[in-house]
Design a protein around this ligand. Structure first.
Ligand code: 4NP
Length: 153
């Protein structure tokens, strides 16, 4: 399975989601791939926000090599699931979908934890205290991604 994590800037939330997911893929010996992207263009080519790098490091995950990129229309063809952080991302990604199949690939990542609630992962860009909460939310959600999408043995 190919998973794409999407937020606005691709420097705070989705790089963390990518890093956490990558570790869970490794821990569970899955042949999955994960990438991340932003709907916005402002931070293209930048490293993750230093506060995201720090919270990931605290939990033993190195995300410092990632570089921000913008969502491409083709991503909805290339990936099997596109997990978004909030309702604004959801709306933006939907505009790229060219079929029902592509629309169905887009899901709020927190719906893995609370199905149907469309809960947002709060944007921590202007809230330095928010990064720990974002990490914890994404860690729970990525654990569920493994549970829900892994094939039964
Ligand atoms: P992210 O956070 O979407 O989690 O990467 C943000 C990063 C940058 C901005 C907003 C949110 N910004 O306005 O530049």
């Amino acid at each position: 399975m190919k998973i794409l994590m999407v937020c606005l800037g691709n420097i705070c939330r989705s790089p963390l989601a990518e890093g956490i997911m990558r570790r869970k893929i490794k821990e569970n010996n899955l042949d999955w791939e994960v990438d991340s992207a932003g709907t916005g263009y402002w931070h293209i080519g930048e490293s993750p926000d230093e506060r995201s790098i720090a919270v990931a490091k605290k939990y033993g995950i190195d995300i410092s090599d990632q570089k921000a990129r913008q969502l491409r229309p083709h991503d909805l063809q290339d990936f099997d699931m596109v997990f978004v952080m909030d309702s604004s991302n959801y709306r933006n990604v939907q505009t790229f979908a060219q079929s029902e199949d592509e629309k169905n690939k887009i899901e709020f990542i927190m719906n893995l934890v609370k199905p149907g609630y469309n809960q947002n992962v709060p944007d921590p860009y202007y809230d330095s205290d928010g990064f720990e909460e974002v990490y914890e939310m994404l860690n729970r959600a990525c654990e569920k991604v493994v549970e829900v999408y892994r094939k039964p043995k």
